[in-house]
Design a binder for this molecule. Structure first.
Ligand code: GLN
Length: 290
């Protein structure tokens, strides 16, 4: 590029406004685009929307161009910005961890309700914690809620990967909550007994066509054998040995796995088995009591 055209390019770039950029990227999800503008310009969404005439400088435009290319390649926004909201809190996410889904808030809600009914200082385990969202949302709710009467429960989070637990640990520090982190492949290195075990394990069948759209997320966090039940089988079976008598297991699963998962609970001898639906009306969380 000659000096002359570099100068012209810079002038053109300097004339691109928020409104222009939004129009030029009309093929992308509007909310994603607004959130990228918020991130680069350090503005709120209301500010981005209400100031379409604001000019974007060259650095901002090149950052936005590289993000837009990644969005076009179906990379989730959370991996671009490195953050995702869950349970009203902001969590750091990296490509090594699953991006938390809103459905999983149902698991947290149910776990909170059960935990509040437990006596003494209950021990709670989030098995396969990933970015730590479930464990941290629980610990945060116990620490910051006036509804917690009696001792604050002890929360544990496990993952087989130390790198993944590093992400979880960072999130716990950021939200100033105390969680005991355990490195373990499911229950292999967990000797403790718990009052409540929760898990959002991988539950997608290896040949499920939905996996194509999720290709940027870690396969280990999503895929679970030909019927998607490999991890759930292990968890439902082995959690029984890690629950005190009267303790509960709560698991998230696929919308079409309700009866298969309930059968796993029945075979293992759990009682009071039931399944709750998510906000979309799909069976999503099954519980059983030892
Ligand atoms: N527990 C984490 C979550 O709910 C990670 C789950 C997973 O990796 N399957 O987001």
């Amino acid at each position: 590029m000659s000096n002359q055209s570099a100068v012209t390019g810079a002038r053109l770039a300097a004339k691109t406004t928020i409104g222009d950029w939004m129009r030029q990227h009309g093929d992308l999800d509007r909310l994603d685009c607004e959130l990228l503008l918020c991130e680069t310009l350090t503005l709120t969404r209301a500010q981005v929307i209400s100031r379409p005439e604001r000019l974007l400088d060259g650095n901002t435009l090149s950052q936005l161009a590289s993000w837009a290319a990644r969005l076009r390649n179906n990379e989730p926004l959370a991996y671009l910005t490195g953050v995702k909201e869950f349970w009203g809190l902001t969590f750091a996410v990296t490509p090594e961890v699953l991006i938390p889904r809103p459905e999983t808030e149902l698991l947290v809600e149910q776990a909170l309700t059960l935990a509040r009914e437990l006596a003494g200082q209950p021990r709670i385990l989030d098995l396969g914690t990933g970015s730590g969202v479930i464990a941290i949302a629980l610990a945060h709710s116990f620490t910051h809620s006036s509804r917690t009467t009696g001792p604050v429960p002890e929360v544990y989070g496990s993952d087989r990967s130390t790198a993944v637990l590093g992400v979880a640990r960072g999130n716990a520090d950021k939200h100033d909550v105390s969680v005991h982190w355990l490195v373990s492949d499911w229950f292999r290195d967990i000797p403790q007994l718990f009052d409540l075990i929760v898990s959002n394990p991988p539950y997608i069948a290896t040949n499920d066509p939905h996996l194509a759209a999720l290709r940027h997320e870690p396969a280990k966090a999503l895929r679970a054998g030909t019927d998607g039940l490999d991890a759930l089988c292990i968890i439902v079976r082995e959690a029984y040995q890690h629950l005190i008598s009267g303790g509960w297991l709560l698991v998230e699963h696929g919308y079409n796995q309700e009866s298969a998962v309930q059968n796993l609970f029945v075979e293992q001898g759990y009682e009071h088995i039931s399944t709750e639906r998510d906000l979309g009306g799909r069976p999503r969380v099954t519980r059983g009591q030892r």
